[in-house]
Design a protein around this ligand. Structure first.
Ligand code: XLS
Ligand code: NI
Ligand code: NI
Length: 442
């Protein structure tokens, strides 16, 4: 493969310089090579770059066009631009020290006039990606299909009232699964795109939900038939683009999967900004998934609590991330998942260097949170507090309640004859918040 010219000539690979670093283009907390418990930090954190934001985002919003102009986007032939863009992307992945990336089919290759032409374009770019993955060692965390941008999907893909659109989406996901397997993708994500509705005046909700379940079953069957062993992930989001998205949050996702016999095949890809749009904290969504043994991967970003849409910002809130990390580590980690920066630059951040600052901040914040969470869990103070809070269920009648051996009659008798009125105990929330503060800020 011919060596391409540097697309980020002013930026050297980002080095770890420690908390005292003075250069802005350096890591203060993320040291990819540092070994912790027999694994490097790169292996623990499995950071991934989102192709769509980092390399297809141009800074457009509903009030104006793009502001970000990259030199590699200049050129007439869409396929060769796509290849040069991919060269730039892999140079970035390497320089930012990210071991993984993620993409939608249409992020990496232009859509053609027919499905056959789109597939051909995709094949050309997948071959290029294969070469670049091999040359750099960067791997594919997950693949997915864009079933929401093209006008054909304006009323949904799997939940479209037109079976023709369902068939088209099926064909597109079939191909996306093929290429994800070809590139060694470790997971495959289903984000519900436009799977939801605006008004029940034109919508058969029950039928649409059944169609969505059928679609997911077909995907499971197809993946099995080609020997794709990556983890399937549902990425819940409560609203945007549609008013009522069917995968509202993790809890409704679990109910949906169980209702349709899909729970064995799926875990969750939890996105911070989607959690807060659903009125939940990031940690809540992680904990709900973990409780069901369905914690899969993270789309690392942040919303703005003053805004009601998916602002997809880089997250530097170490407190929020530390709490999330505590739940993730307690659940045993993300397995084949990772932390994918589904986050974009603000519209006026137009310099290539901004892309580096953005990801350095996101990675450092997560790395710091990882270290803090490990310390907090190793000390065990919170764990011990919670254990003691529930200790009455460890023995006696509490144990009988948990093991299903105590009934209402027996419990009534117990209260009437022996227990009487319970003694209230403080939840000590403020004490615990101060304890957390002492870990975060000494
Ligand atoms: C959109 C989603 C999307 C998924 C992948 O809000 O976050 O980017 O992660 O389709
Ligand atoms: Ni996402
Ligand atoms: Ni999102």
């Amino acid at each position: 493969m011919k060596k391409s010219r540097a697309h980020f000539p002013t930026v050297a690979p980002i080095a770890y310089e420690g908390p005292g670093a003075t250069r802005p283009l350096a890591f203060r907390h993320y040291n990819p090579d540092e070994v912790i418990d027999g694994r490097t930090m790169a292996e623990h954190l499995r950071f991934s770059i989102a192709y769509w934001h980092a390399f297809r985002g141009v800074g457009s919003d509903p009030f104006g066009p793009g502001t970000i102009v990259r030199p590699w986007e200049q050129g007439r032939d869409a396929l060769s631009v796509a290849k040069t863009r991919m060269d730039a992307a892999f140079e970035f992945f390497q320089k930012i020290r990210a071991p993984f990336y993620c993409f939608h089919d249409r992020d990496i290759a232009p859509e053609g006039r027919t499905l056959a032409e789109s597939n051909k374009n995709l094949d050309a770019l997948v071959a290029h990606a294969q070469d670049l993955q091999q040359a750099t060692g960067v791997k594919l965390l997950w693949g997915t299909a864009n079933l929401f941008s093209h006008p054909r999907y304006m009323c949904g893909a799997a939940t479209n009232p037109d079976a023709h659109v369902f068939a088209y989406a099926a064909a597109q996901v079939k191909k996306a699964l093929d290429v994800t397997k070809q590139l060694g993708g470790e997971n495959y994500v289903f984000w519900g795109g436009r799977e939801g509705y605006e008004t029940l005046l034109n919508t058969d909700l029950k039928r649409e939900q059944e169609h969505l379940a059928t679609f997911l079953h077909l995907a499971v069957d197809y993946a099995k038939s080609i020997g794709f062993t990556g983890q399937f992930l549902i990425e819940p989001k409560p609203k945007e683009p549609t008013k009522h998205q069917y995968d509202f949050d993790v809890a409704s996702g679990i109910a949906f999967l169980r209702t349709h016999g899909l729970e064995k095949h799926f875990k969750f890809n939890i996105e911070t900004n989607h959690a807060t749009l659903a009125g939940h904290s990031f940690q809540h969504e992680i904990e709900v998934a973990a409780a069901a043994g369905m914690l899969g991967s993270i789309d690392a970003n942040s919303g703005d609590l003053l805004l009601g849409w998916d602002t997809d910002q880089f997250n530097t809130d170490v407190r929020e991330l530390t709490l999330a990390m505590i739940s993730i580590l307690r659940a045993g980690g993300l397995g084949s998942g990772g932390f994918n920066f589904d986050a974009k630059l603000r519209r006026p951040s137009i310099d290539p260097e901004d892309l580096f600052h953005a990801h350095i901040g996101g990675m450092d914040a997560y790395a710091l949170a990882f270290k803090l969470a490990r310390r907090i869990l190793a000390d065990g103070k919170f764990t011990q507090f919670v254990q003691e809070r529930y200790a009455s269920y460890d023995t006696g009648f509490g144990r009988e309640i948990e093991t299903g051996r105590a009934g209402f009659r027996q419990l009534e008798k117990l209260v009437l004859t022996r227990l009487g009125e319970p003694t209230p105990r403080s939840g000590r929330q403020e004490y615990l918040e101060n304890l957390l503060l002492s870990y975060l800020h000494g």
